[in-house]
Every structure is written in structure tokens, then in C-alpha cells.
Write a protein that binds this ligand. Structure first.
Ligand code: SAH
Length: 336
């Protein structure tokens, strides 16, 4: 995203590059990426617009409305009234978009942080939100959605989406590991291996070919948004990955699925390597050494995930694993 371009302050109501840095959702570029992610936006559209029987005459809260796209889907699906809230300056554009599309009487937009802002309606029938981050939980605003649920959702109200599932598998990734990690062993003949240790601990967000996956996937964590608590977002899950062929393992791979279980014909999408591209891609965790694995053998382990104590938008992820009854390796990763 080019926020330093000469046009930024001239065309966006006096915002400077420093303002865009502080307010990462203010620039249209990030919304362009999300709107153009047709798996993401199309799934929300299908979940909302194919279920007018759920929206007809209902009050809807759009948590983190951005440009207002989900609010407009809800209004089109027959909602009586929609309130969209966002703390980013992008909401100034949303106001114009809502107006330009004739929804000014159906959609009320509120600028502010959900946790600190008074809403014009106290109880809603439905909450809609697109809160997911990389590795599902990185920089995610799920905390905010759970707050919104506890404060504003009527008993028995619906949440779109209402389920999220995080998965883990192991991959063969020799070439890319060479380029991203082992590169630091020899940089123009110099030993840069101190950076290799840092690079390894930083999960990589990238697309991975399905052919690289060498084990069955394993569910790490299931989140039911109707019942989840904030404490559930700090977790430690055991995993068992069974190899589907003889190969070498260079990394673990994580992705998530999202579903709208409350819809009549269930809508869901996956961000996995078997599914169509999304801007979330997948998340790669390189292992310090290569694991040789035979068809049917398992890698057993435990993944622990917690918000960082000093900055709760960062994630501390520990993966401890061993093959068969071999020795255990444990790696502390950090997403920031
Ligand atoms: N719903 C839009 C935008 C999703 S991005 C769409 O689907 O295209 C998430 C949005 O949530 C961002 O615009 C961000 O500014 C907003 N947001 C994040 N945390 C928030 C909070 N605590 N209160 C209000 N808005 C928040």
C-alpha cells in the first residue's frame, strides 16, 4: 500500500502519511484488497442476501463496517435498520457510499471504537462482522465482536459468521525454505546466520500449493462465536499429523475455515491450500531441521497460542513436536 504518494494529502481530506500509518484502515487500498477478495466478500453476500427470511424486519449491527459493504447487503436483505460502526476514517467514505446508494434512511453509521462508543440502538437481532486476521487471530478483532455480542445482541440473536476453525498440516517446502531461511547462512560469502534464527521464528504468510501438503490436516481450534469467551483465544491444542506419503517436512502450515451455520443453506469458505485464493493466504511455520517422514507415520505435538503480554495485537505461538517416539523439538514463534 502506497500511503506516501503525493496524492494522499491532497485528495483525502487532509490526511498525511503519518495519519495513514496510525490509522491502517483509513486508506482505500486495504479495503480494495478485501472487497476484491471475492471468496471473502462473496461468501458474506451469499450468507446475508440468500437469507432474507432471517433479515426481514430485523435490527443489524455491523462491527467494523469499513466501507459499509456488509451493512448494504443487510439492508438489501430486508433489515429494518442497520447500524455500522468503525473507528477508522474510512467511515467518512462509507457515509458517502451509503448516501450514494440510497440507504441513508436504513443505515446509521457511527464513528468510534465499539468498546467506547454509545450506539443509537441498544439491542440488535443480528451482528455481522468481518474480523478475521492472518492465522485467524493475528490482529484480529474477535475480542471486539465478543464484546459486541455480550453488550448488544438480543438473547437468541444471530452472529454472521458464527463458526471458525483453525487447521494445521505439515508441508514439504525445500526450495522456499532455502530462499527464505537458509539464505542467511551465506550472504555474498558472509555469515548472516543470526538473522536466520529470527526469520525462522516469524511465521510467513504466503500461498502454498496443495501438492506440498504431506500429511492429513488436523483441527487445532474451533470457535463457536455464539458461546466463545475472550479467554478461549489463549489456548493450547494437541495435534497429530499423519503422513500421506514418504517425504521430507520443512514446515507446519496453518489455515482457517469460516461458516455461517445459522443460514438456511449453509454458507462457508476455506482459506486452505485446497481452496480458492483469499487475501489471508496460509501461514507457514518453518521447523529448525528437516523431518523425514514415511507414509502412515505421525508427527505429534502441541500448539500454544496467546496474545503477547506487552502488545496484545501480537501473537506468541509455540509449537512443540516429535516424530513417533523421537525427541521433542520446541519452537517459539511470534507474529507481529
Ligand atoms: N466490514 C468491512 C471492513 C472489514 S475490516 C468489510 O467487510 O469490507 C475491519 C474493520 O474493523 C476496519 O475498518 C477497522 O477500522 C474496524 N475496527 C477494528 N476494530 C474496531 C473496533 N474496536 N471498533 C470499531 N471498528 C473497529
Amino acid at each position: 500500500m502506497d500511503v506516501d504518494g503525493p496524492s494522499s494529502s491532497a485528495h483525502h481530506e487532509g490526511m498525511t502519511s503519518r495519519d495513514y500509518y496510525a490509522d491502517s484502515y483509513a486508506h482505500f487500498g486495504i479495503h480494495e484488497e478485501m472487497l476484491k477478495d471475492s471468496v471473502r466478500t462473496g461468501s458474506y453476500r451469499a450468507a446475508i442476501m440468500n437469507n432474507p427470511h432471517l433479515f426481514e424486519g430485523k435490527t443489524v449491527l455491523d462491527v467494523g463496517c469499513g466501507t459499509g459493504i456488509l451493512s448494504m447487503f443487510a439492508a438489501k436483505a430486508g433489515a429494518k435498520h442497520v447500524v455500522g460502526i468503525d473507528m477508522s476514517n474510512i467511515i467518512d467514505q462509507a457515509v458517502k457510499i451509503i448516501e450514494a446508494n440510497g440507504f441513508a434512511d436504513k443505515i446509521t453509521l457511527v464513528k468510534g471504537k465499539l468498546e467506547e462508543t454509545e450506539l443509537p440502538i441498544q439491542q440488535f437481532d443480528i451482528i455481522i462482522s468481518e474480523w478475521m486476521g492472518y492465522f485467524l487471530l493475528y490482529e484480529s478483532m474477535l475480542d471486539t465482536v465478543l464484546d459486541a455480542r455480550d453488550k448488544y445482541l438480543k438473547p437468541g440473536g444471530l452472529i454472521f459468521p458464527d463458526h471458525a476453525t483453525l487447521y494445521l498440516a505439515a508441508i514439504e517446502d525445500q526450495d522456499y525454505k532455502e530462499e527464505k531461511i537458509n539464505f542467511w547462512d551465506n550472504v555474498y560469502g558472509f555469515d548472516y546466520s543470526c538473522i536466520k534464527d529470527i526469520a525462522l521464528r516469524e511465521p510467513l504468510v504466503d500461498t502454498v500449493d496443495l501438492k506440498a501438503v504431506v500429511t492429513d490436516p488436523c483441527v487445532l481450534k474451533h470457535i463457536d462465536l455464539t458461546t466463545a469467551k475472550k479467554e478461549d483465544l489463549t489456548f493450547s491444542s494437541p495435534f497429530q499429523l499423519k503422513a500421506t506419503r514418504n517425504d521430507f517436512v520443512h514446515a507446519f502450515l496453518a489455515w482457517f475455515d469460516i461458516s455461517f451455520e445459522c443460514t438456511h443453506k449453509k454458507v462457508s469458505f476455506s482459506t486452505g491450500p485446497h481452496a480458492k485464493y483469499t487475501h489471508w493466504k496460509q501461514t507457514v511455520f518453518y521447523t529448525p531441521s528437516t523431518i523425514t517422514i514415511s507414509d502412515g507415520q505421525t508427527i505429534t505435538g502441541q500448539l500454544t497460542c496467546a496474545p503477547n503480554a506487552r502488545n496484545n495485537r501480537d501473537l506468541d505461538i509455540k509449537i512443540a513436536y516429535h516424530k513417533g517416539d523421537g525427541p521433542e523439538t520446541s519452537v517459539d514463534y511470534k507474529m507481529y
